[in-house]
Design a protein around this ligand. Structure first.
Ligand code: NOJ
Ligand code: CA
Length: 703
């Protein structure tokens, strides 16, 4: 069994029915912890960080161990503080896991192929009929015509069938020749996006900002960043998207604001005034911060403000000050602001680090062992805070629901059970969340240089498809603006680039859930060959580099470490043409890319090349639109334990589709596909009939 094999199907809690949540103590067993939603996710996270599979906590011997026994076995490795922190976290949450009203997934069809129909592809080939070899990609028509936003039948909301596309505006398209992407650039590309077949756009922040973290530090929630354009440009963009049948959602960054936001400036000037308590200030002498929490962007999470003779909390950069959500006046301001944008007609929001908004009231020190495991100090005190559900419900009932607006939460650190508590249909919190557990393999972090094994992704997808309650709905994504490119994660040297990019498209666009594409993914864009720290722009990367050097690492080693995980890999300009600056801008862009647009990796060339990654994405989004089984259907996995083989059946009343994938670069033997299947799409031009799937081969059949 591979190290990371997570065979959760046989080890989940005994019944899907929620058990009453008893307070956990040192006498509780591992099984008790595993039955608690927060305990389940915390243990899963710890195991992931240690590079271990869940079998470590689900085997009968370990299940019976009491926490007190584990403490004595672990000796000085796990002190009392660790157990206190763990129990405090687990007992802060008494909600039960949402109940399944129907099984999310039919029982696994282990080792079984879908039943054959009379005529097999092999027979067709034997008879010399060419059409058996030709992917029937022409049977679907990419969405070139304007579409009105589709309303799914019945009560299903639109976003369950949608394909989203994330735009990082700064890097998307420059329309006015200053080297920075802008709203005018997005407007120019609306037809491109419609033709790609996306249904909804998510814009990373476009609000007024001093750009310490490229717009995730907002100075004014009701104004557009001058470099991006004007409110009139935004209105034009929104109307243009709607005219083309696409919806548009905004980024909602309300865990923190810029230190240049008026609220913060007033809080500094007038601590007793209306904004004095909008942020998390604490007393302390200038040389000693109130607690040991660390920032995600290096160093302490505290900054001293002589104006108030107090420290202010910033989980991210020292210019991104955390808001105090325990203050009802702040929550009212957020609700008003959200409604203001919804009044303008936006269709929903992606909520930045939304699970961090509620902090433990006393802001206690973080536990050292947890910090060592997770890499940041203090996180257990805010990643799933005491009032999180309450604050989300307020936001939903007062802002989102009256407008029928969509919400997807970015929720780092949240696992499957916590996600279920955040998204259960009847809980009125969020529609979906982004979970990140698939992004790195167990025991790895983003800054480790390693090759990702897609078998791990397979087990992740199977676990979620099987265990996520049916009243919840899953988001599906690989690339985003915070991570290197997935194609490079799997094949860092660029081998199999086209076929691998297409395989990722197949998995993402035929799995059960809502896909989010990230700009450039549809072109097969890969990591960049930045040559020095001076090429990087991201505050996280730059701070980390300096922290590593200050800790004694050589410049070369520090740069190599940062290069493995820098977010700038995803932030280079979209490659539109083979011309100067990749057709992104007429002048030198704010961040430079590799130049591989000259080798055909650009939208213009790919649009006219039927074998390109872009052409394939168009085919796949069209396929998804034309086959309800891919959006509404159930999923059943075929031979789920066969290494690097990923087979599944998507089925609804009217049709069944069968998808088979080779998740590796080695040929993979598998049973021949039964007769009567029609090939709808393939990552290769021609089928072979020798019983092997070729490197990263993926085929979609109508069964
Ligand atoms: C998550 C965003 O995706 C990331 O880009 C940003 O730096 C942090 N939140 C802080 O807002
Ligand atoms: Ca510009």
């Amino acid at each position: 069994m591979a190290l990371f094999h997570r065979s959760t199907h046989d080890i989940r809690r005994p019944s899907a029915q929620p058990a009453a949540q008893q307070p956990l103590t040192m006498r509780s067993t591992v099984a008790d912890l595993w039955a608690n939603p927060v305990g389940h996710d915390a243990l899963t996270k710890i195991l992931l960080q240690l590079g271990l599979g869940t079998v470590w906590v689900t085997n009968p011997v370990v299940r019976r161990l009491r926490l007190s026994q584990i403490k004595s076995i672990a000796g000085r490795h796990l002190d009392a503080g660790f157990f206190d922190a763990l129990l405090a976290l687990l007992n802060s949450q008494t909600d039960e896991r949402p109940v399944d009203d129907e099984p999310a997934t039919p029982p696994l069809e282990s080792e079984k192929m879908p039943s054959p129909k009379p005529e097999s592809l092999t027979d067709m080939a034997a008879e010399g009929r060419d059409d058996a070899h030709r992917p029937a990609t022409t049977s679907v028509s990419p969405g070139t015509a304007a579409r009105s936003p589709e309303e799914p039948s019945g009560d299903e909301p639109w976003w369950k069938r949608a394909v989203f596309y994330q735009i990082y505006p700064r890097s998307f398209k420059d329309s006015n020749g200053d080297g920075i992407g802008d709203l005018g650039g997005i407007v120019e590309k609306l037809d491109y996006l419609r033709d790609l077949g996306v249904d909804a756009l998510w814009l990373s922040p476009i609000y007024d900002s001093p750009n310490d973290d490229n717009g995730y530090d907002i100075r004014d929630y009701r104004a557009i960043m001058a470099k991006f354009g004007t409110m009139a440009d935004f209105d034009r963009l929104l109307a243009g998207a709607h005219e083309r049948g696409m919806r548009l959602i905004m980024d909602l960054v309300v865990n923190h604001t810029s230190d240049e936001h008026q609220w913060f400036q007033q809080a500094l000037r007038d601590p007793q005034g209306p904004y004095g308590d909008f942020y998390l200030f604490r007393d302390g002498t200038p040389d000693s911060p109130p607690n040991n929490w660390t920032s995600f962007f290096s160093g302490s999470a505290w900054r001293y403000f002589p104006e108030r003779e107090q420290w202010g909390l910033h989980l991210f950069s020292s210019k991104q000050m955390d808001l105090n959500w325990d203050n009802p006046a702040l929550r009212r301001e957020v609700v008003d602001m959200v409604r203001w944008w919804l009044d303008k007609g936006v269709d929903g929001f992606r909520l930045d680090v939304i699970n961090y908004i509620s902090k433990q009231a006393e802001l206690p020190d973080g536990d050292g062992t947890i910090a060592q495991l997770i890499g940041f100090n203090g996180i257990e005190n805010y990643f799933y805070g005491p009032h999180l559900h309450e604050y989300l419900r307020q936001l939903r009932t007062e802002a989102f629901e009256p407008y029928d607006a969509f919400s997807v939460g970015e929720t780092p650190g949240v696992g499957l059970d916590m996600a279920a508590l955040l998204t259960g249909r009847d809980r009125h919190e969020l529609d979906m969340v982004f979970n990140f557990d698939h992004l790195e393999m167990p025991g790895k972090t983003r800054f480790d240089d390693y090759r990702y094994d897609l078998d791990y992704l397979k087990h992740y997808l199977i676990d979620w498809a099987t265990d996520y309650p049916s009243s919840c709905w899953m988001s599906l994504f690989y690339d985003n603006h915070d991570n290197p490119r997935w194609v490079s994660k799997v094949e860092p040297n660029g081998a199999y680039r086209t076929v691998l990019a297409k395989l990722l498209a197949v998995v993402q666009l035929t799995s059960r859930g809502t896909p989010f594409l990230f700009q450039g993914q549809e072109l097969g864009m890969v990591n960049q060959r930045f040559s020095s720290i001076d090429d990087l722009r991201d505050i996280e990367s730059i701070n980390l580099f300096h922290e590593l050097v200050a800790g004694g690492m050589s410049h070369t080693d520090a740069f190599a470490k940062v290069l493995a995980g820098t977010r700038d890999h995803a932030r280079t300009p979209v490659q539109w043409t083979a011309g100067p600056h990749a057709g992104f801008s007429d002048v030198e862009p704010w961040i430079s890319g590799d130049g591989d647009e000259r080798d055909g990796w650009n939208a213009a060339d790919e649009a006219t090349n039927p074998g390109s990654v872009l052409a394939f994405y168009r085919t796949m989004t069209a396929l998804r639109r034309e086959h309800p089984a891919l959006t509404d259907g159930t999923v059943a996995f075929v031979a789920p334990r066969r290494s690097h083989y990923f087979g599944y059946i998507r089925a609804c009343d009217d049709e069944r589709l069968f998808i088979e994938c080779n998740l590796s670069r080695a040929p993979l033997r598998r049973e021949p596909v039964p007769g009567g299947f029609t090939l709808l799409a393939s990552t290769y031009d021609q089928l072979t009939l020798d019983g092997n799937l070729r490197p990263y081969e993926a085929n979609v059949y109508q069964a």
